[in-house]
Ligand binder design. Structure first.
Ligand code: UD1
Ligand code: CA
Length: 515
């Protein structure tokens, strides 16, 4: 391989994007995991530029702040007034007078562009020793775009904007994608000669091609294999169209690596997501940000995962998770909400209508139903009863609840943090646990039940309830009046266990052994 000349990348991102009708600068609109300009920078990254310049103008502060996050090595260059794409490149190169070799210019709003295409354009340009090379594409509807005007020999004569084009030229369907490679020195020379004698009174970068061609310099056209890559984004309808195309590209890519995507039309996967082999993504699922789904895991239907990892063979069903870790073989949902800091170890379960936050849920531990688990650490193989609330907030500060391993907590418990429940401990259903429960103890904290015999007959005489009670008493199916239900607060633990009423663990249930 011969030594490539030094390369400079210039991304044009100063325009307002009027037709987006947005407070957000156009290039900052998100598209499946990156902003528009983020996609363009990613596509340009493999050319290995010594310098990357991004021309900013409209919303410069916002765009600059975003660049600091996603591309700290890039240099923002302010184009205070937007006098056109030629003006923008001129200003960029004035900020980088040392740049020589190849200058690659990319519009900031062409997010489907592939890195391979940029690389192929640059390599073709450098191989040919051209002064300028434009990426072109044949499209069905060229409306609004610059047209490639070829000379009789098929070479590039010039690029004409639609508004400056003749009727004949408007019929040309070969368009300028807004992606170019230039020889730095010859680009500088031509930029100095740009006029503003056009319909918009702007300095058009595209005029560089006509100027160089007229000067006898080699100008070239590199045709994109896939015209979709060259699509720009001017309004939100186009943005939605780009999103669909990118969705399909991403989904197809994963299916070819061995991921099952049941319904690609309703599956939206960010470019930043990773998926393991034999993962199954069911319909109506969004996978966003730094989400990673491991081998053999099943996600969906109806799942949104943001920055969440899902372990080998785990399942996530009809749920929403942000910043969570779901361990190997763990199960989530249906209808769970995992918030940041939720960490489910191997084979843990977070079930139906359960919300978790900053919660470590140990191996094999289950939180099956109707609970809020906030700021908690739970050991291994424990079971949290239905309808439990980890009361983590005292109105000012958040506190932590720690529950040990092999614990069985009753249904409808409140754990008023800070509080601890030891290994192997139980708690009774309906308890408000405000102080620690030692290992192996049964914690009970609730009012004692009393039954007022005959109350319905006296206070609701003639009601359906009274009649039903009467029938039951006649038939002798009622509990004997002299044997009140066992109550954990008064009974020996043995008795309590035999009657299965102590914990009310699991399915709001009586028998902890089946929970
Ligand atoms: C441009 C091309 C057109 C091409 C099309 C592809 C010119 C004159 N025309 O047209 O041939 O088919 O892109 O999408 O170049 N920008 C600046 N500063 C400016 C003006 C623009 O940074 O002063 C940026 C914009 O933010 C945008 C890019 O340059 O990212 C293109 O500008 P835009 O106004 O969208 O150009 P088009 O009219 O679409
Ligand atoms: Ca445009």
């Amino acid at each position: 391989m011969t030594q490539a000349p030094p390369r400079t990348v210039v991304v044009l991102a100063a325009g307002e994007g009027k037709r987006m009708k947005s407070a957000l600068p156009k290039v900052l609109h998100p598209l499946l995991g990156r902003t528009l300009v983020g996609h363009v920078l990613a596509a340009a990254a493999p050319v290995g530029a010594a310098r990357t310049l991004v021309v900013v103008g409209h919303g410069a502060d916002q765009v600059t702040a975003h660049l600091a996050e996603i591309a700290p090595a890039a240099t923002p260059v302010l184009q205070a007034q937007q006098h056109g794409t030629g003006h923008a490149v001129r200003i960029a190169l004035e900020a980088a007078p040392e740049s020589e070799g190849t200058v690659i210019v990319l519009n900031g709003d062409v997010p489907l562009l592939r890195a391979e295409t940029v690389t192929a354009l640059v390599e073709a340009h450098e191989r040919a020793g051209a002064a300028a090379t434009v990426l072109a594409a044949e499209v069905a509807d060229p409306t609004g775009l610059g047209r490639i005007v070829r000379d009789p020999a098929g070479g590039l004569e010039r690029i004409v904007e639609e508004r400056d084009a003749s009727a004949d030229e408007r019929r040309i369907r070969e368009i300028n994608a807004g992606i170019y490679a230039f020889d730095a020195a010859r680009l500088r020379g031509a930029l100095g000669k740009l006029s503003t004698d056009n319909d918009q009174g702007e300095e058009y970068l595209t005029d560089v091609f006509g100027l160089l061609a007229a000067d006898g310099q080699a100008v070239a056209v590199h045709v994109a294999a896939d015209a979709n890559e060259t699509l720009g984004c001017n309004d939100r309808v186009e943005l939605a169209g780009l999103r669909r195309l990118l969705r399909d590209r991403i989904n197809e890519g994963w299916m070819r690596t061995g991921v099952t995507i049941a319904d690609p039309m309703t599956t939206w996967i960010d470019v930043t997501v990773t998926l393991g082999r034999d993962a199954v993504i069911d319909q109506n699922t969004q996978l966003r940000g730094a989400t990673a789904v491991a081998e053999g895991a099943t996600v969906g239907p109806d799942v949104t995962l943001v920055d969440t990892t899902v372990g080998v063979g785990a399942t996530v069903l009809r749920s929403h998770a942000t910043g969570a870790e779901v361990g190997d073989g763990a199960s989530v949902g249906p209808y769970a909400y995992l918030r940041p800091g939720s960490r489910l170890a191997r084979k843990a379960k977070v079930g139906t209508f359960v919300e978790t936050k900053n919660a470590e849920i140990g191996e094999g531990t289950k939180v099956p139903h109707l609970s809020y688990v906030g700021d908690a650490t739970i050991g291994e193989q424990s079971n949290i009863g239905a309808a439990t609330v980890f009361v983590n907030y005292d109105g000012i500060n958040k506190h932590r609840t720690v529950i040990g391993s092999h614990a069985r907590t009753g249904a409808d418990n409140m754990f008023v943090a800070p509080v601890q429940v030891g290994d192997g401990a139980y708690t009774a259903a309906g308890s408000v646990i405000v102080s620690d429960v030692p290992p192996g103890a049964l914690g009970v904290a609730r009012g004692q039940q009393r039954n007022i015999e005959g109350w319905v007959a006296r206070r609701r005489p003639g009601s359906a309830a009274a009649e039903a009670a009467e029938r039951a008493l006649q038939a002798g199916t009622a509990l004997p009046a002299d044997q009140p239900p066992a109550d954990a607060s008064t009974s020996e633990s043995e008795t309590v266990h035999d009657r299965g009423r102590a914990g009310g663990v699991g399915e709001g249930a009586r028998d902890t052994r089946n929970a």
